[in-house]
Ligand binder design. Structure first.
Ligand SMILES: [Zn+2]
Length: 237
């Protein structure tokens, strides 16, 4: 490791960049976990929606069967009256009443057939949804488990590395350190950046030749556009 104050400064910046990289990886994996959790919820709610439709149709079937039972009793009652009446007017009224009951029975019968078909459909859909859901859930859970393991590895790596930071600060000139740390405290992303040829690698502005020369002489130079510290990474190579 370069023991010059400048070399120590560059080493600190690179160390911090590695920490930032770990944080970015963590954030990206956290997002992937969130997406997987959403997918899991969606899978379950799709299954539950089919199950609810089936439940509703079964309820509907029960209602229709009950109604048909009542209509059959009604029909029996009217037929008995028709058999016993001697009044022509009443006979006529009863015949009409009977006709209306039979019409309602036929309508309910037709509905019942449709409901039975729908129940069969939903039962089939539910069964295949269940298979699909179980398989899809398994793979989502497996992926989640892997990502979470990766996440805890990265968290461990981060905290292990972060513990070394005080030692990493040693040997850096106090005024450089305070400048750099205050930029970090202001949450400026990448407060110190390298030159890409003669441009700032962060904002791309062309750095004046005198500034490039100063960077090469390991002096403290700021980018005139993005105000970041420009440093020479070759100082630690
Ligand atoms: Zn810049």
């Amino acid at each position: 490791m370069d023991a010059t104050p400048y070399g120590r400064f560059v080493a600190l910046v690179l160390f911090d960049q590695a920490l930032t990289q770990i944080t970015k990886q963590r954030q990206s994996i956290e997002k992937q976990c969130e997406a997987l959790e959403e997918k899991r919820t969606e899978l379950m709610s799709r299954y539950e929606a089919t199950a609810l439709e089936l439940k509703n149709e079964i309820k509907h079937r029960g209602e229709l069967e009950l109604s048909l039972g009542t209509l059959a009793q009604e029909k029996q009652r009217i037929e008995h009256k028709i058999d016993t009446t001697r009044n022509a007017k009443e006979y006529e009224a009863l015949q009409q009443e009977l006709e209306s009951v039979v019409t309602r029975q036929n309508a309910d019968d037709e509905r019942l057939i449709i409901v039975w078909q729908r129940i069969e459909q939903f039962e089939g859909a539910l069964k295949s949804a269940e298979h699909e859901m179980v398989d899809a859930l398994k793979s989502v859970e497996k992926e989640l488990e892997e990502k979470r393991a990766l996440l805890s590895d990265l968290e461990r790596l981060f905290s292990d590395k972060e513990r070394l930071r005080p030692a990493q600060r040693e040997g850096v000139l106090e005024q450089w350190l305070s400048m750099y740390e205050s930029m970090r405290a202001a949450l400026i992303p990448n407060p110190a950046v390298t030159l890409a040829g003669s441009s700032c690698s962060e904002c791309g502005v062309i750095v004046p030749r005198t500034d490039v020369a100063s960077v090469e002489k390991h002096q403290f130079v700021f980018c005139q556009q993005c105000h970041r510290i420009l440093f020479d990474r070759h100082a630690v190579e």
